[in-house]
Design a protein around this ligand. Sequence first.
Ligand SMILES: Nc1ncnc2c1ncn2[C@@H]1O[C@H](COP(=O)(O)OP(=O)(O)O)[C@@H](O)[C@H]1O
Ligand SMILES: [Mg+2]
Length: 400
Amino acid sequence: MSLDAATFDSVDDVVARFAQHGYLADDRLATTVFLQSRLDKPILLEGPAGVGKTQLAKSLAEVTGRPLLRLQCYEGQDESTALYEWDYGKQLLYTQLLREKIGQIVGDATTIHESVERIAHEDSVFFSERFLAPRPLLEAVRSDVPVVLLIDEVDRADEALEAVLLELLAEYQVSVPELGTYAAEHLPYVVLTSNNTRDLSAALKRRCLHLSLDYPDAERELEIIRSKDTGLPEALARTLVDVVRGLRDLDLRKAPSISETIDWARTLAVLGAKELTAEILAQTANVVVKYDRDLRRTLEVLPKLVDPNAVVPTSRDRGHQHGPGSGHSHGHEDHPHRHDDHDPEPVRDPAGQERRAAKDEPGRHTAPNYGIAPPTRSLDVGRGQGERSFHTRGARRRPV
Ligand SMILES: Nc1ncnc2c1ncn2[C@@H]1O[C@H](COP(=O)(O)OP(=O)(O)O)[C@@H](O)[C@H]1O
Ligand SMILES: [Mg+2]
């Protein structure tokens, strides 16, 4: 174990210490984390929802004992929620409290021009650190202690925000025109995640250690389930993992993720399931499948997933399914239970575009984890009150 909690001795050290905090990293991921700590490069994790991208950053903070700063990205996001903004409310309050004093300053001015000139002479007071409201990127750079900076779901944000990120990722510094440039005294560990709803710029990828995460193999997923103490007996957990993997092979709008496997295991344990029959799985499938069409498809194939020899009932006699619940596990390498042979819904979208668009749940990110609520509040606060470095970047897309 290293003396400094924030550095890792080896890839194995990464694996072991993450495991102690409940995160099971495979060698590829552990190598990336190890390299990050040695090369001071941000990590960019891409992959479907629920494969452990966000959790990696949280666990990295736990393992290294560093505070976690999080920037949750969303469509139409403005750099004022990422970098900093001027605390307009506080500025206003101060000007009101200082009304008399301001009155004295402009008191004997004879023209508007002269009054403005006098106030302008004092405006640096209002664009000082006292009125600066740092957001996660500036906070990470100004922090007295090294931090983990999570820039989550960066694919949700517009490319304009990516440009803002580039400056930070390249130099680990942020400039505030009125105050100067803040350079990080302690380099943060930066983790960016993307759910692949759009391609990120080559420039962003170039600055990062890039890694694609996918659903884990059956053994690792089983290990993860085991590590969460779900209370589900081992043999059942094994079958459950196989069932979930079978569901992922279907053309579902939202494939079940690791967290859903965990939820399903907990649910079945709470119900005291002794064996995994198609019936009990069907009763609880709504824990993992959240769309009607997906649920219908799931209910159709469940009997075959728990027992490849089962006769799949037609929609007419569904309701009294006879799943024997053999509880056995079957290897998924050759996917013996691909049911595409009698798929009731023809695939109309071979390129998967519709499917991806459907997966891109609207409004999912209207409530950012950090800062102010974007769609309801003007993000122009403070603009025009001081020269911002971004004025030249052009018009930004407004939230709709
Ligand atoms: N490698 C892993 N080890 C332990 N738990 C994991 C792992 N990967 C995923 N999980 C579980 O899955 C959940 C969802 O992961 P999350 O990081 O939120 O997914 P993503 O950010 O990729 O959408 C986590 O909270 C964690 O419980
Ligand atoms: Mg996430």
